[in-house]
Structures are given as C-alpha cells and as structure tokens.
Design a protein around this ligand. Sequence first.
Ligand code: TRP
Length: 336
Amino acid sequence: MDTQKKTIFSGIKPSGDLTLGSYIGAIKNWVNLQEEYNCLYCIVDMHAITVRQEPALLRKRSLAQLAQYVACGIDPDKNILYIQSHVPAHAELSWVLGCYTMFGELSRMTQFKDKAAKNEDNINAGLFTYPVLMASDILLYQTHLVPVGEDQKQHVEIARDIAKRFNGVYSETFILPEPFIPKTGARIMSLQEPENKMSKSEMDSDGCICLLDEPDTIMRAFRKAVTDSETCVRFDSENKKGISNLMTIYSVATGKNFEEIENEFDGCGYGDFKLAVGESVVELLRPIREKTQDLLKNKDYLEQLYTEGAMKASRIASKTLDKVYRKVGFVKKPRF
Ligand code: TRP
C-alpha cells in the first residue's frame, strides 16, 4: 500500500445480481478512483446472510461478483479485491466493536427498521448488528473515504461514532471515515417505477437490468420502460422521472450531455428514444458480459485472485486488530 495515498473501502452484498444501477452508481466510479487512492473492494457475503440466502446461489453470485468487478475495469493489481468471509479479522473486530455500540443507536438505524419490517419472520441478531460489522469493514483498513449511496450514509456515520468512542477511551486507534458521494454518481431508477431506485430486489422484472443480461432481455426492458404522457425528450427529474432516468442512462452510455440528447431526439417519439437507449446499454454491457463469461470459465484464476486479495487484506487488517486487542487488554495472541 502506498502510504501517501488515502484509503478507500467499499463493498456490495452478493445477495442479488449486480445491476446497471450498481454499475453506474458505484462500480464505474470505483474504476476512476484506482489511480489516486488505495482501494479495497469487498464482496460482503457475511452481510448478505443477514437475510436468508440460497447457499448454492450465494456461492455462485459471490464468484460472479468478483469476475464482474474485474470485467468492469477494477484492476486486481491496483486494488485489493476479496471476499469478506475469507478475512476473519472482520468478524473478530466486529465482536469487540459490538461492545462499544449501544443498543439504542442500533435501534435507530433506518435500514434496520426497514429490513425488520420486510422480514418480520426473521429479525435476527445479525440484522440488528449489521452496522457493527460494516463499521469493522471500514475501520480495519484505516479507511478515509467510503464511496456509498445516500442510503448508506447513516452506516458510515455510525462507524465514525464508534471509532470516535473507541479512540476516546483508548487513544487514537482508528482513522475517522467519511462518506464519499462521487459527483458523477448518477442514481439509476427502476425502469418500471422510476420513483424508486433500480434494485436487485426486483431483479427478475423489467424494471431492473442486470449486468449479465442478454441483449434481447435488455431491449425488452427498455421498450417497456415507463415514461409519461407528454411526447418530448426533456430532462425534468420532478415531473418526468421516467424520461429523465432514461436520459441519465443514455448520457452515461454515450457520453452525451442532456442538451445534446434533447437535440438529438427533438421531434422524435418516445419509441425511437427508448430503442436508442436500449441499444446504447446493450453496447455498454456487451464487453462486461463477455469478459465476465470468460473469467467465469477460469475458476483457477478467480481462486488465485480472491486468495491474493484476502492475503493482502489480512495483512493490513491484522495490524489494526492487534492494536485493538492490545488496547482492550487481551493477552498477546499466539501465532500458530
Ligand atoms: N451496507 C452496504 C450496502 O448495503 C454494503 C456494505 C457492507 C458496505 N460493508 C460495507 C459498503 C463497507 C461500504 C463499506 O450497500
């Protein structure tokens, strides 16, 4: 790790397939950060099991997610790519930090309240302490910046509060992390319900495009995309949510700005516009899909990638964990 550079940590749960929303909102930005920062990008499988997962599918998705990170342009030589459950320090720090996190503050987390409402039959302790594990992810690597969407800001804030509390009791131990919401981090909305974020929870519907979707699936979803009753391609994120979302997608896929797009489709019907957006996304995703499929054929290479990633991550993580164990008064850990 280059000690001159700041550290970035982020992760995505392998609880669903990566979507066009995850690519445009997160992964595409990660690619731009790899030169300027020390970056760790994690596949947070331990977070995924806070909601019941199908084991075979979780395994398959975790590997596919790694392949997609690489296919999207995250260079495994410049970044640390790994699977959370392979680095035991996450679970170990999480236990300690849980003892410095209050029941009350976890009860106030909005994601917990939302998920508890959605999973009434499985409000497990892991769901409740999810923010503690996430704080451990971040704090283990002395992370400065955490690229996340608006919905995850509260989690970075609680990580910061926990770090402050621990530093206050035992002296400087953790860097205080900050949420990092990239300027170009366009938020992609569902094609069917453009008032909601495109989410992997609607993975099997036409509202959501997955990174590995075939061209005909993509084209069908765009043909069916919800628009409005006006027939003018114009950006208005208040009154024309569907069209504005399609314009954002088209803009990312082609590099054109909104004015150029408005001129290009001046006088055209929505049908032509939707077709053009669909085609641009097919071309945007084609190389990613092909590269992912290639990588997935080479299981040995993927195994080598995640092994190296976990080794690099472990080396950094164990420094922080040793420090924490010493500060709280644990007897020095034997090496065996
Ligand atoms: N909670 C994040 C999400 O649902 C995923 C996550 C887990 C994460 N650990 C993290 C994100 C650490 C950033 C940093 O999107």
